[in-house]
Ligand binder design. Structure first.
Ligand code: PFF
Length: 455
């Protein structure tokens, strides 16, 4: 950290923000969730809609969110309050900060459980459990793990404690430095996996599955899932990016920075997909629509067949955990900052309180895969329900409200000033897209997608 502007210290330069924001954006959403939801929705057309959502909705909303954070220079709830006061907006816009808070807790509750699966895979890899296995065997190993409630709880707890430790220590210290090394390492490993898939998988079928545009497979609920995932993967609508925006130096270009983060995030998701699907199609018995299990039953087959599979596989799951870790930190941080700023808690107590509540909620996700697997409401387990509620209802709603607030309530002078709009040719384009395209697209997709989900 270098200088102090307003109430919070700012980060040194543009790259520290890029690395921290990428650390938040790149996580289980890219490596675990994107491939499996693309698989469930038939590939190609879904991927294209997803890319369109990133470009037309995700990036403009991300610019808006970073801008609100930098303008407010507090934790998200208080940044919103500061901006609302500055422009004389109605106080109920404050609800936007609260909504983000609620979504963050819900998301982190299941995020930590899935990160726990990746943690559990590290010792499995290291002890050679996957050496020479076929897809059926990896599926058995995975299913056995899911049945073991206590083991899932143990790893969920370990992951939550890891997150608490960093958030208690103060999120900005060391985070940028760590991300600088770990993100490139993850990137390199993904390239190794891609090369493996190219040589040993059915690469052309994998690629055509991911990129051939077959409209007949696309449903309205799939479009909503793509939109919701665009928010999820870019860490939008929860206050995480707003919180990081608060630390951004005033002279850094928000537009360029956001484009870099979104590009890195998208590339990682596409690489994960391109590593996974060729393996799916090279082996009979793996269903591309295998759901949340997909990552955990495909890649171990590849590691099991590699010379240095134990090492590379172990390293891969370590990096997945680290990617998830930097995302989880950014999910917990805004709520903790608010509790500490407003409620007089010290950071440690605030973190412990919030993490314990989130951990307890996560037990519902753990049980969804074993004891409660049979309990379904509207065809959904507890985990499905939380995922549905966050990704397909609350995140799009939060994104919609951010677009409406910045596009219609905030005076253009404020966003022009913060985004250096006087000099920039991109400002009018961004403003127009945020005002008209984003609300219309999110509104229509949300209503029609929800209708399609329950009709
Ligand atoms: N963007 C993260 C991922 O793709 O894994 C998930 C996430 C992190 C969502 C932080 C929201 C957030 F605030």
């Amino acid at each position: 950290m270098s200088s102090v502007e307003g109430d919070v210290p700012t980060w040194r330069g543009r790259w520290t923000f890029i690395m921290a924001a990428t650390g938040s954006a790149v996580g289980l959403g890219n490596i675990w969730k994107f491939p499996y939801i693309a698989g469930e929705n038939g590939g190609g057309a879904f991927v294209l809609v997803y890319l369109a959502c990133i470009l037309l909705v995700g990036i403009p909303v991300m610019v808006a969110e970073v801008m609100l954070g930098r303008r407010g220079r507090h934790s998200p709830v208080n940044s919103m309050r500061a901006v609302i006061t500055e422009v004389g907006a109605r106080p109920y816009w404050q609800g936007l900060g609260w909504l983000g808070w609620l979504i963050a807790v819900l998301v982190l509750s299941f995020y930590s459980v899935i990160a726990g699966w990746a943690l559990a895979y590290i010792p499995e890899m290291a002890t050679g459990a996957f050496q020479g296995v076929n897809p059926q065997a990896t599926k058995d190993i995975f299913d056995t793990m899911l049945q073991d409630r206590n083991r899932l709880i143990l790893w969920h707890t370990v992951f939550m404690v890891m997150t608490v430790v960093v958030v208690t220590a103060g999120v900005t210290r060391g985070l940028g430095a760590a991300a600088r090394v770990l993100m490139p390492a993850l990137f390199v490993l993904l390239i190794i996996l891609l090369i493996f898939s190219y040589w040993h998988g059915d690469f052309s079928r994998g690629l055509s599955f991911l990129f051939s545009f077959d409209v007949s497979k696309l449903t309205l609920r799939g479009v909503l899932e793509a939109l919701g995932h665009a928010f999820f993967t870019l860490s939008l609508g929860v206050g995480a990016i707003m919180a990081y925006g608060a630390y951004m130096p005033a002279d850094v270009s928000i537009g360029k920075t956001v484009l870099t983060v979104a590009l890195l995030d998208t590339v990682v998701a596409l690489m994960a997909g391109m590593a996974i699907f060729p393996i799916v199609f090279a082996h009979g018995g793996i269903d591309p629509g295998a759901g949340p299990a997909l990552l955990f039953v495909t890649l171990p087959v590849a590691f099991g067949a590699m010379q240095a599979g134990i090492l590379i596989g172990g390293l891969f799951f370590i990096l997945v955990v680290i990617a998830a870790w930097s995302s989880a930190i950014s999910l917990l941080e805004p709520g903790v900052a608010w509790l500490a700023e407003n409620k007089g808690f010290n950071r440690f107590t605030a973190t412990l309180l919030l993490a314990t509540a989130t951990w307890a909620l996560g037990l519902g996700t753990v049980l969804s895969f074993n004891d409660w697997a049979g309990y379904k409401v509207a065809g959904m387990t507890f985990f499905d329900g939380i995922d549905f509620l966050t990704s397909r209802v609350l995140l799009p709603l939060s994104g919609l409200l951010i677009a409406l607030f910045v596009g219609w309530v905030l005076t253009p002078t404020v966003s022009k000033d913060e985004l250096n709009g006087e000099q920039s040719a991109a400002w009018p384009v961004w403003y127009w897209v945020l005002r008209y395209i984003c609300p219309a697209a999110i509104g229509v997709v949300l209503v029609m997608g929800l209708y399609d989900s329950f009709a």
